[in-house]
Design a protein around this ligand. Structure first.
Ligand code: F6R
Length: 615
């Protein structure tokens, strides 16, 4: 993971580096650092924690140099410490690095046996020592960088600067994203375009094996490992919903939860078309092309995106009658999935579009000749560029590390895909309604999300009751099962309370042993006549073992579930098809308020990062 940024130009580099690092913190915030080539040599400042700590450290100092590199870290090799913060250095060279050098141990031992002295536990330091050694053997700085690349195993990118500002800034892409952006005063290179200032209007996404030499006069040269490469700049389209800052909200996560009604309204307005008073679902021509004639869907994703994928399986199989398999991307890529280019469509779910395992799964499918569709939030991300077709989540930027609105967007879009692929007859048979009626129901859901948000007093009471507990179980059946998994993930990742999600019928196959007097069990109850009584039975099974039952269901069934629960939340009634979209809101709020009661850093949970670019 980690975020890297470099600048070479006519303006002082430091303010751009610091601003860019703030934007890149979603990739990690264990430590931050910069190196600026300031005439007489390099000036390096590093600090543990986020960029704000780094800013405090540099305040009052003047850095005039126009060439510099910066880094925000998510620790992989070595603990969180100033020694392990980047930039790392050897001789006159300074490096910031994203990704992993897998053969680091062998390289380190070999370098040490020849006298290199290491100051950190990072894999990064091996790279800079190798380049330094190559320079000592007489090669130029760029030649030295190029010469060590074949020795490094893994997926990574790095920026390397020389203390002499007459030397170029060298950028290397070997599997972790890197973008080049230029403007009138210089050239930027960063892990993500959000790190570029507003004056950068076009960018070049670098490709694997690109090496770029960037000079302060604005010239740059893109080289591959063996030849010169031409690249065309692309205009940068800034996201129109990119409202930065938390506004009146206490946290990004809370703001993002509250944005969901408007977001869903926007998504439905753009995906549900009205023609001559008939409603239908539409996607881009590319997406409709890959969806047409599909006979089996393979969904891959990680974390929250994987849970959204599971929800998609329930909806697409039942609405469209098309088999759907869902895999955790890191498992898919290392087993031998049987892929059939004639029938399969691989759907990659990824908010960031940069998750290493999801990208690997997408590439595997592509290499097997299977068409690919990416559901991504980050326009211009690697997944969006590499898939045959893309459906944008259109959630607007998500800054809170916990995925909230992007999850809702994913499950809404997967439901729309199910409706798009379904025949009219099947819809009538399964849902008892016409497509028209179902889509009209869907259009009413954003207003119900608003109502769900307004139930915050009840949610806060539940959150208060969870403040001191050590384990929480979530359960649900049907489309509520993936929601139970997601509810548990949200709670554990930001409140650090151990939580697990189960299918309602599964509890008695083992997890029930965890239930003792007072163990909170949160039940999700979509208003599905087939499942509701089964759920109530499962709830009673936990109750007789002493569980503290909390239930979230619809007003229609309030009687049934509140009579057996210690606490309950009755959400506005709606068709079971859409109910999990509404119940996602109190689940997110519950996790949020619980973490707030525990005094935790909601937007930046410990050990995590927003974009997981290592496997
Ligand atoms: C949890 C969370 C993560 C991500 C996962 C995949 O709140 O955000 O579990 O869902 O890291 O990320 P993307 O969707 O960017 O591939």
């Amino acid at each position: 993971m980690c975020g890297i940024i470099g600048y070479a130009g006519l303006s002082p580099a430091l303010p751009y580096l610091l601003k860019g690092l703030e934007q890149l913190e979603y990739r990690g915030y264990d430590s931050a650092g910069v190196a600026v080539m300031d005439g007489g040599g390099a000036r390096v400042v590093k600090s543990v924690g986020s960029t704000s700590r780094l800013k405090e450290k540099v305040s009052g100092q003047t850095f005039t140099g126009g060439l510099g590199i910066g880094h925000t870290r998510w620790a992989t090799h070595g603990g969180v410490s100033e020694e392990n913060a980047h930039p790392q250095s050897a001789g006159p060279l300074y490096i910031v690095h994203n990704g992993i050098v897998e053969n680091e141990r062998v390289l380190r031992e070999e370098l040490q046996s020849r006298g290199a002295v290491f100051f950190s536990e990072t894999d990064t330091e091996t790279i800079v020592h190798l380049v330094h050694r190559a320079m000592e053997e007489g090669k130029s700085f760029p030649e030295s960088v190029r010469s060590v690349l074949p020795l490094l195993e893994g997926a990574y990118s790095f920026l390397m600067a020389h203390a002499d500002p007459a030397e170029p800034l060298v950028a290397v892409h070997r599997g972790a994203p890197l973008l080049l952006g230029s403007c009138s005063h210089g050239v930027f290179v960063a892990s993500d375009m959000t790190a570029f200032p507003g004056e950068v209007h076009s960018m070049i996404p670098l490709e694997v094996d690109d090496m770029v030499l960037i000079r302060c006069d604005g010239r740059f040269e893109i080289l591959s490992l063996d030849d010169r490469r031409e690249r065309k700049p692309e205009p940068i389209r800034r996201n129109p919903y990119a409202v930065h800052g938390k506004g009146e909200f206490s946290h990004y996560m809370f703001k993002e939860i509250c944005e969901q009604p408007a977001m869903l309204d926007r998504i439905l307005a753009s995906r549900i078309r009205r023609e001559e008073e008939r409603l239908s679902v539409c996607f881009s021509p590319d997406a409709e092309k890959v969806l047409s004639g599909v006979r089996r869907i393979r969904i891959v994703g990680c974390g929250t995106s994987y849970h959204a994928g599971l929800f998609g399986k329930y909806r697409i199989e039942s609405l469209a009658g098309i088999p759907v398999e869902v895999d955790i991307a890191s498992e898919f890529r290392y087993r031998d999935p049987v892929l059939d280019p004639a029938s399969d469509l691989l759907v990659a779910l990824t908010q960031s579009g940069e998750t290493a395992d999801t990208l690997a799964a997408l590439r595997m499918a592509r290499d097997a000749g299977v068409p690919t569709l990416a559901l991504v939030n980050a326009e211009g991300s690697t997944a969006a560029r590499e898939a045959d077709a893309t459906i944008l989540l259109d959630a607007g930027p998500e800054f809170g590390v916990a995925a909230t609105k992007t999850f809702l967007s994913q499950i809404a879009l997967l439901t729309l895909i199910g409706l798009y692929l379904a025949s009219d007859d099947r819809l009538r048979e399964r849902e008892g309604k016409s497509r028209e009626e179902i889509l009209s129901d869907f259009l009413k859901i954003p207003a119900l999300l608003d109502k769900a948000l307004s139930l915050s007093a009840g949610v806060i009471d539940i959150a208060r009751s969870l403040g001191e507990v050590s384990t929480v179980l979530f359960m649900g059946r049907g489309g509520d099962f993936p929601l139970a998994l997601e509810g548990a993930l949200k709670l554990k990742e930001i409140s650090y309370i151990h939580a697990e999600g189960y299918a309602g019928g599964e509890l008695k196959h083992g997890p029930l042993a965890l239930v003792e007097k007072g163990t909170p069990v949160i039940s999700l109850l979509s208003p599905d006549e087939k499942l509701i009584l089964k759920m109530v039975s499962n709830m009673k099974e936990t109750l007789s073992r002493g569980a503290f039952l909390i239930s979230i269901g619809s007003e229609r069934h309030q009687e049934e579930f509140s009579s057996v629960s210690s606490m309950s939340l009755a959400l506005p009634d709606c068709p079971p098809l859409f109910f999990p979209l509404v119940s996602a809101v109190p689940l997110q709020l519950m996790a949020y308020h619980t973490a707030c009661f525990r005094g935790l850093d909601v937007d930046r949970p410990r050990n995590l990062a927003k974009s997981v670019t290592v496997e």
